[in-house]
Ligand binder design. Sequence first.
Ligand code: MG
Ligand code: NI
Length: 460
Amino acid sequence: MTQISINPVTRIEGHAQVLIDLDSTGNVQKAHFKVVELRGFEKFLVGAAVEEAPRITPRICGICPTSHHVASAMALDQIYGVEPPPTGKALRELLMLGQYIHSHALHFFMLAAPDYLIGHEASRGERNVLGLVKVNPDLAKKAIEVRKTGQRITEAVGGKPIHPATAVPGGMSHHLDDAHKSALYDMVKGSLAIARDGWAIARELMEKTDITFATITTGFMGLSNQGTFSFQDGSVQVIGADRTAIGSFRGTEYLNYIEEYSEAWSYLKFCRRIGGEYYRVGPLARLNLVNRMGTPSADEALKEYRAKFGEFVQSTLAYNIARYIEFLWACERALQLLGDPIVTGDKTRIAVDTVKNRRGVGIIEAPRGTLIHDYTVSEGGIIEKCNLIVATCQNNYAIDRGVEQIARGVVANGTLTESGTNRIEMAIRAYDPCLSCATHALGQMPLRIQINQNLEECRR
Ligand code: MG
Ligand code: NI
């Protein structure tokens, strides 16, 4: 048996392996996306006081801490039977916008763009963010500036630059003062100008996008607020692969629509619709579900996106462009919100008292897709049961199938070239998978691509 390991592989969030099994003629028999990290937080949380959950769950991940923090606080609102006041809600939204700006800019400019701007045929040594600094120093500088804006929002609204701590049951613990608000306003204004200019680059990538690359036909799921893009209001829409509406839900009803399941070879769970159909979440799904973004530049960009890809998009690489449109939207929406006196209001929280409901489900659209925190607690507020469903588990099947499809095309006579490796990575990278979130990771292991040759002979 021949094994080829490619190590380390860059530009995804976390660590995984690709396993390619070859038949005796050196052709791909099957390929899988395998995640080898340990799961944990669903179990760690049992026995914890539920009010601690918004401070514990951001530790799942250094990339998506805000999404866990806010989804957790939303579940707690239900457990304590409170609705945050308008300022508390607006501050949570602003905090999430900081996460969108930071996360989407990081992915688009630093993880995805090198494949297009430097080219996926270029060597690994050049095809990275430092290569980007060389070919387009101005763009690299702007990308760093935009990320900083996201981080400053997290710091000013969330209390800390990485793991926010201010979302509490009933709202937010900290008030935003005028000085911080003005500073953020100026920064976001600068980032919006960059995002608007950057659409020219995203458009160029869109024109170059191979719509047949790693294409898979699935249904989709995501929040929509009566047809307008939203990450916290409205209800979760489920649509089939043929675009028929399957239904919509809030809260605990998610169990009527989706189920998790495991495969023996991966720690990363899979999700499917009850009834068996696969679905995807994240930017591609969300844009398939809405009629409008709700901000001017993002709506213009959405029109161009639909002119290229159509109204209902299955093309995997379109994720990268959909993500850019959401980034543009997040900058516009953050500026709107920072221009509204509501964000500096004094009443950020409703005080909470005792447990009113033994179960709470927080559902939010994280940058990577629908995120569900489902807690069941004792009368005294101790967590008895916890279920987390993250975006990457929901996209796991599509990633896995995309990997196999690309592997079949790029593996010849049992060998995989560097450009072939990168094509496999691009099929994974389009989803911006967060493997720390998906496995509640401990430890570090880079992505490896392993080719197993003559498997039947080995088994004999
Ligand atoms: Mg789970
Ligand atoms: Ni994450």
